[in-house]
Write a protein that binds this ligand. Structure first.
Ligand code: ATP
Length: 319
């Protein structure tokens, strides 16, 4: 294989740049040319491609976002759109692709493989919603961003004796709320996999207040509902003053943690190695400390499970 393409797609996540850098530098070190595709599958369809060299990826390992930019593309979901993309790849001589993105982007990677372009998927999303891998690129940074916010909110929460509801990302998967909640010592963690038990949340708050607790932190994943509405309900039911904070897009930005940079570097390099071994249609992951690869279709079929042990531990420790 002489020419590899690389793109980032879907929602961006901190560490995508480190993955791009690893793809480019590992491929070039092994005698391969790398074409960077701007703006995901949309850029692929519309020919936004350019050759990358060693210095194209200089000074990016510590930057959040993605230097290749990202996009969502409805056109790529159609057969016609994918045919256009295939044409562009042929014109640029691309023989293999690395796609960095979330589950939707990995479905697109599978579609590219089916078109005859060996493609490797690298999981880049803050959501950590892919069961086949222990971690996705960007999750650790997002959790650290939330923990940092919890610490700040805790200070003011204590001063005023309030309960703070912090709404974090996670429409279907509560991993950000769960891990940040455990690390930040939240009193309650409300995630889509379990749902909301309002009486239990209120009981915990009242018990805590009676024990002399000066503040309470409630972590709420967006998929369950809104922080403002929940705060109003809690205030009405308990009489405890509440404040709501919606962290929003700050969770997607920022300099990636060392963990995400190392993970992204290993995954990006592995994707290139697999392509050069003649493999395709694989998704890269991490299990324990091993970088693994599994069939993309299989990877996408495994349903994300709640980490019950971590959820129960957070509940025990928040008493
Ligand atoms: P995030 O987890 O941050 O939402 P994502 O990669 O899951 O990221 P999506 O919007 O679901 O984000 O997918 C990104 C792009 O992947 C879509 O805009 C589309 O172009 C492509 N894609 C998604 N699903 C498919 C599919 N079934 N077939 C072909 N392409 C797809």
């Amino acid at each position: 294989m002489k020419t590899i393409g690389v793109l980032t797609s879907g929602g961006d996540s901190p560490g995508m740049n480190a993955a791009i850098r690893a793809v480019v530098r590992n491929a070039i070190s092994k005698g391969c040319k790398v074409i960077g595709v701007k703006r995901g599958y949309d850029g692929l369809i519309h020919g936004q491609l350019e050759e990358m060299n060693l210095s194209s990826v200089a000074d990016i390992i510590h930057r959040g976002g993605t230097m290749l930019r990202t996009a969502r593309s409805d056109e790529f979901r159609t057969e016609e759109g994918r045919k256009k993309a295939l044409n562009v790849m042929r014109i640029f001589g691309i023989e293999g692709m690395v796609v960095i993105g979330g589950d939707g982007s990995l479905k697109g990677a599978e579609a590219l493989s089916k078109l005859g372009i060996p493609t490797i998927g690298v999981p880049g999303t803050i959501d950590n919603d892919l069961e086949y891998t222990d971690y996705t690129i960007g999750f650790d940074t997002a959790v650290n961003t939330v923990v940092d916010a919890i610490s700040k909110i805790r200070d003011t929460s204590t001063s005023h004796g309030r309960a703070n509801i912090i709404e974090v990302m996670g429409r279907h998967c509560g991993d950000i709320a769960l891990h940040a909640g455990l690390a930040g010592g939240a009193e309650s963690i409300i995630i889509p996999e379990v749902g909301l038990n309002i009486d239990q949340v209120c009981r915990k708050l009242i018990k805590g207040k009676n024990r002399g607790k000066l503040h309470s932190i409630i972590l709420l994943a967006e998929g369950v509902g809104g922080a403002i509405e929940l705060g109003a309900t809690i205030e009405e039911k308990t009489g405890i003053e509440t404040r709501a904070t919606i962290l929003g897009h700050i969770q997607r930005g920022g300099s990636p943690t060392a963990f995400d940079r190392v993970l992204a570097s290993k995954m990006g390099a592995k994707a290139v190695d697999l392509l050069l071994e003649g493999k395709g249609s694989l998704a890269i992951g991490i299990k324990g400390s091993d970088i693994i690869s599994i069939d993309i279709q299989e990877a996408l079929e495994i349903k994300k499970q709640l980490d019950k042990g971590t959820y129960e531990l957070a509940d025990i420790l928040s008493i």
